[in-house]
Design a protein around this ligand. Structure first.
Ligand code: GLC
Length: 473
């Protein structure tokens, strides 16, 4: 029964809460279940905590969210300096854990607690999490808007951190695009998967971060210019995503007949995408009346794969126009088996196979075709899918997705991901008791029942009056 399932999800959430000095500060990624737990699944990951945070906020329990936001910020002092190289202070950790040491004799000894952060210096592949700082700002905005607590955003170190994130992400590099250039594996897909460059998920989070930061920063003379810059970049980024990432039948036709090697101003195929690079699958797969934002875009490179989280966030953050959002949900409807199948939802479609898998992943056995990041189905995606469906008036699709999840997810013990083209096998190396699978499920149900929760994501572009903003004076 569904209420039992929700109860079991909540029981897992409760067991996952991490304490520091007696206060709840986060939730672990997975609660041990005697299976093959990877070492860092006892950590609280910034991205994994997002659905936990949203559930806590919806339930009127903001304290843990506030503690989390503060804790993550304090951890920045743990950056390690490497000779000749220093991590940007604005980079936030991927995850953190509380370590407990016992001193003195057993029984009467004292317990010492310490938080240890991972900035990608421990994680597999040593990836720096670009998404953590984006999510942190977006969550801070959600927290402030939802609770009305403006004091947190006004704190000096919070304002300083916001400025730091903006300074880092708006810094001029070697590029002329409004998108942000990042290395492979800098977000939820935290291994080599050919997602370097300008992956959609980071661009959407970048946009959400910019708009939230503009809202949260106090407009004082010393930051005024930075705020203006962020504001402009957000609107350019949104236009660029709509113009160049959007793919529907009409666009595909255009690209198919693109001229190439156009020089100078007035060119249409600005990024010099060769029509020959259109993969065969996309031509048959893209329905007449469907569309989506492509996975990545750069000079001479369009990655046509469909990445779910970026697309769903684009709807939630209003990056897509209302009409595009409808078209995107229609794609879900018409390609339901591929994008939802037996467990909502597919992380990326399609999987890469054979030689392409070798080159793209470095022969990663965890990312074989239709598994894990390479076309696995991730229950955590239930919440953004339901949210996007509700926002676009497609409550029917939201309900369908919830029904699919109801049939297997709680019974299977909240696996991290599912394998197979249709996602009908529990992931070969999936953890059970994966917390964001449970919180994604709770949140999905909540969003379907109470549409006002969609207001959590209502971030609006456009500079407000000088002096105004979410931060209190
Ligand atoms: C894996 C996932 C990552 C997630 C972490 C904890 O590393 O790739 O997205 O944050 O597990 O669940």
């Amino acid at each position: 029964m569904q209420s039992d399932a929700i109860e079991s999800a909540y029981a897992l959430l409760e067991r996952s809460v991490m304490h520091y000095r007696g206060e709840p500060v986060g939730t672990v990624a997975a609660v041990a279940s005697g299976d093959l737990a990877a070492e860092n699944y006892h950590d609280c990951f910034v991205r994994d905590f997002i659905p936990s945070a949203l559930v806590f906020l919806a339930d009127g329990k903001p304290d843990i969210v506030r503690n989390f936001l503060r804790t993550v910020l304090q951890l920045r002092s743990q950056h390690q300096r490497i000779h000749g190289h220093q991590l940007e202070p604005a980079v936030l950790p991927a995850s953190f854990r509380v370590q407990r040491h016992h001193h003195g004799k057993k029984g009467d000894g004292q317990r010492h607690e310490q938080i240890r952060a991972d900035f990608g210096d421990h994680a597999i592949g040593r990836v720096a999490p670009v998404d953590a700082m984006m999510w942190w700002v977006v969550l801070l905005g959600i927290y402030c808007r939802h609770t009305g607590d403006r004091a947190l955003a006004a704190e000096q170190d919070v304002q300083r951190a916001l400025r730091g994130v903006l300074e880092l992400s708006l810094r001029e590099g070697f590029e002329v695009f409004p998108t942000l250039l990042v290395p492979d594996g800098a977000f939820m897909i935290d291994r080599r998967m050919g997602v370097y460059g300008h992956p959609l998920e980071i661009q959407c989070l970048f946009y959400g971060m910019l708009v939230s930061a503009v809202e949260l920063l106090r407009d004082t003379p010393d930051v005024h210019e930075l705020i203006e810059l962020a504001d402009k970049r957000a609107s350019m980024l949104r236009n660029y995503l709509q113009l160049f990432y959007w793919l529907d039948h009409e666009r595909l036709n255009e690209i198919h007949r693109y001229r190439t090697e156009e020089f100078g101003s007035g060119s249409i195929n600005m990024l010099n995408i060769y029509p020959e690079s259109i993969p065969e699958w996309v031509i048959d797969w893209l329905p007449q009346r469907g569309g989506y934002l492509v996975g990545n875009l750069g000079p001479g490179r369009m990655d046509f794969r469909f990445f779910a989280l970026g697309n769903l966030l684009a709807i939630l953050f209003d990056i897509t126009s209302p009409q595009e959002a409808q078209t995107l949900m229609r794609l879900y409807q018409e390609r339901w088996d591929d994008l939802v199948g037996n467990m909502p939802a597919k992380l990326v479609f399609p999987a890469v196979v054979a030689k392409e898998w070798q080159f793209m992943t470095g022969s990663d056995p965890k990312n074989v075709a239709w598994s894990y990041h390479n076309g696995g189905n991730w229950p955590v995606l239930l919440w953004p899918l339901v949210a996007a469906a509700m926002k676009t008036g497609r409550g029917d699709l939201a309900q369908l997705a919830l029904d699919v999840a109801d049939h297997a997810l709680p019974q299977d013990g909240w696996p991290e991901y599912y394998d197979g083209r249709r996602g009908n096998l529990i992931g070969r190396r999936a953890h059970l008791n994966q917390v964001w699978s449970a919180t994604g499920y709770i949140l999905g149900h909540k969003l379907a029942e109470d549409e006002t929760l969609l207001d959590l994501f209502r971030i609006e572009e456009g500079r407000r009056e000088p002096g105004a903003g979410l931060a209190a004076d």
